[in-house]
Write a protein that binds this ligand. Structure first.
Ligand code: F3S
Length: 644
């Protein structure tokens, strides 16, 4: 058995480990962050349980840190009090980015983690099966219910050789993206094997599993070996370690091989994480901003390496350079060990431990200026500047660019490479974690005016006749559908308000047209809904009346979110039919109930007088969710039946 199947087998509650077969798995841990968490906990509250039923649930605050109004502060207070009541650990604002803190303090090899953030797979770096999902799926897991997914294929990535100087985990995952693209991991779990694994530090592994999300993979996983044991011991958690590896004769559905000996520093050019080239191919491009941080590359080792490279040197006068410690632990340690002083002396701006510029919360680059970031995504406009030019690269490449003011292969800098090893002991201070009391029944949940009830979907009508309100092309991300940023994020717990921003970057008239239209449809290309796990990209369109989305193909989490909120996820049976539909066309789907059973719908284009076929291959469970008008409706009605 491969490692993936071993963990899945130990958590299997229904189904078979056969690619495509729907499996239900037991979830040991959950995590949420504030941008998705408020809604997840409102949904959990709506289920009426007294306490979470997971081994561990943690609620992080890392996305909405700006407090320019009462909204974010309301959300943070709600999250802390709801955690106290229902048994959820609360990680206070300033304690760090969820994936950095979770790996440090909570992740456990061989367990399962479901998180309402698309980079939850980060914890796969230490042999955990960690999956990103919508907030409602996480709420359901907290209620002790299984998490359902079609059994992915397992893609074995055999690593040989050893990382060369100036190369890091970032270059391994950028190489994967170069070869497989942002769609290449869809429907797959990426499992790293081979002799090269042992040469990768825990920090490199976390960077690789983190950006497995950009491949579209369900998750990525490394063995739990001696490197893992040492990492957990350094975090004072050696007791959490268990050895875990694929059997020597394990088989994989597909395999890829990467020779670490031949890897060179890489960068993802604007504006997709798979637009990867060798750094030397774009060397010389002027750079105006460099940002080191995000859940991908803001570990102690990342920042200490950056600081040592910058020691005694100066950030180029044309470059604004920011550095974000990924957690309070990282922050405290770089201060203690003197690296903080190196960074400041060189001219870096230090940001608080949070997502910050990665989610467009500040540090938008100037118009037309190139920004080089150690982050994981560079979708157009995500930085907050509409025509941004964001390159993704390792912290080492970021520093090289900051020193010279242009994209620079660090091998040409003329300085010695530096690689900081994992510390033998991390600084452990959990005083920004608030643990819940044993009994929360007397705790009052604090709700400010920004906390609004969750809107519920409606069961589908027998026939859907509706206009195509928007027609889109390939690779539409959830950032396009429901943007983030300082204006939008504070409205995460207020759907009527946040709905005003749906498709804002694509067509600002969408919300107004949707309200006028009543039921409506959206048409898209392939990989629709890639990127962030945000369920608001389904919930807010549902609130505006979108009843079905017809595309060439979906990204996994977004498809699940659409179903969770009762929106019909349809794919063109013949992709060429995408060309035959235009914005404004009136479409009619008849026999919805029958179509849900057969998986096939005949769609009449009333405007053009044509017909085409669209499919929805739904499992029995997914069909029931759609027929109930969403998962929350289904769970509520099941509870009513149980009570009766
Ligand atoms: Fe935050 Fe960016 Fe990661 S928004 S969770 S640092 S991808």
């Amino acid at each position: 058995m491969n490692l993936t199947c071993k963990i899945l087998q130990a958590h299997l509650m229904s189904g078979e480990l056969r690619p495509g077969c729907e499996i239900g798995i037991r979830i040991d841990q959950t995590l949420t962050q504030d941008a998705t968490g408020t809604m997840a906990y409102l949904q959990f509250e709506a289920m009426g349980l007294p306490r979470v039923r997971t081994k561990l649930s943690v609620s992080y605050v890392d996305h909405n840190m700006l407090q320019t109004g009462f909204e974010n502060a309301d959300d943070h207070r709600y999250l802390q009090s709801v955690g106290q009541k229902y048994g959820i650990v609360f990680s206070r604002p300033g304690n760090g980015i969820c994936h950095q803190v979770h790996r440090e303090r909570f992740a456990v090899p061989a367990q399962t983690l479901l998180g309402s953030d698309s980079h939850t797979p980060t914890c796969g770096g230490l042999g955990m099966l960690a999956i990103g999902a919508g907030g409602l799926d996480v709420a359901v897991a907290m209620a002790g219910e299984p998490y359902f997914i079609p059994m992915p294929k397992v893609l074995g990535v055999r690593l040989t050789g050893t990382l060369q100087p100036w190369c890091s985990g970032k270059d391994v995952i950028l190489e994967m993206l170069r070869r497989l693209t942002v769609k290449g991991g869809t429907g797959r779990i990426v499992e790293y094997t081979g002799p090269g694994v042992a040469s990768l530090s825990a920090s490199h592994r976390f960077t690789i599993t983190n950006m497995g999300a950009e491949l579209g993979a369900t998750t990525s996983v490394f063995p739990s070996d001696e490197v893992t044991r040492r990492f957990l011991a350094a975090q004072g958690r050696e007791a959490d370690w268990v050895p875990l590896a694929a059997d020597p004769d394990a088989t994989y559905d597909e395999t890829v091989e990467i020779d670490l000996d031949t890897l060179e520093p890489l960068t993802a050019c604007p504006s997709s994480p798979d637009n990867v080239v060798g750094v030397r191919a774009v060397a010389g491009t002027p750079v105006v901003q460099v940002c080191i941080g995000s859940c991908t590359n803001s570990s102690y080792e990342d920042l200490a390496t950056a600081a040592l490279l910058l020691r005694g040197r100066r950030v180029h006068p044309n470059v604004s350079m920011t550095v974000t410690p990924g957690s309070k632990q990282v922050f405290e340690m770089i201060v203690r060990d003197g690296y903080f002083a190196d960074l400041i002396a060189a001219g870096c701006r230090i940001l608080e431990s949070a997502c910050g510029p990665c989610i467009g919360m500040g540090q938008a680059p100037p118009t037309g200026g190139v920004s080089v970031r150690s982050f994981n995504r560079n979708f157009k406009g995500r930085s907050g500047t509409a025509d941004d030019l964001v390159y993704l690269a390792s912290p080492e490449v970021c520093v090289a660019c900051a020193l010279t003011g242009e994209i620079t292969d660090p091998r040409t800098l003329g300085i010695d490479p530096i690689a900081v090893a994992t510390p033998g002991q991390f600084l452990i201070n959990d005083n920004m974690l608030v643990f819940p009391p044993a009994d929360g029944k007397d705790i009052e949940v604090l709700r400010g005016p920004n906390i609004k009830p969750v809107p519920l979907g409606e069961p589908p009508a027998a026939t859907l006749e509706a206009p195509v309100l928007l027609k889109l092309g390939d690779n539409i991300s959830t950032d396009h559908i429901m943007p983030a940023g300082a204006k939008v994020l504070p409205l995460r717990s207020n759907i009527p308000a946040i709905a005003e921003f749906v498709f804002m970057r694509v067509d600002p008239t969408f919300p107004e047209r949707a309200r006028a239209a009543g039921p409506s449809l959206v048409v898209g290309g392939s990989n629709y809904g890639q990127g962030s796990s945000r369920e608001h990209a389904a919930l807010a369109p549902m609130y505006l009346g979108v009843r079905a989305v017809i595309v060439k193909s979906f990204a996994r989490i977004h498809r699940a979110n659409l179903i969770n909120f009762g929106i019909l996820p349809l794919t063109f049976a013949d992709e060429a039919d995408h060309d035959g539909v235009d914005q404004g066309d009136q479409l009619r789907l008849e026999g919805i109930a029958e179509g849900l059973t057969t998986g096939h719908f005949t769609v009449a284009n009333l405007t053009k007088g044509t017909n085409f076929r669209a499919d929805a291959q739904l499992t029995e469970r997914e069909r029931e969710v759609i027929l109930a008008g969403g998962l929350l409706n289904k769970i509520k009605s099941e509870q009513t039946e149980t009570a009766a």
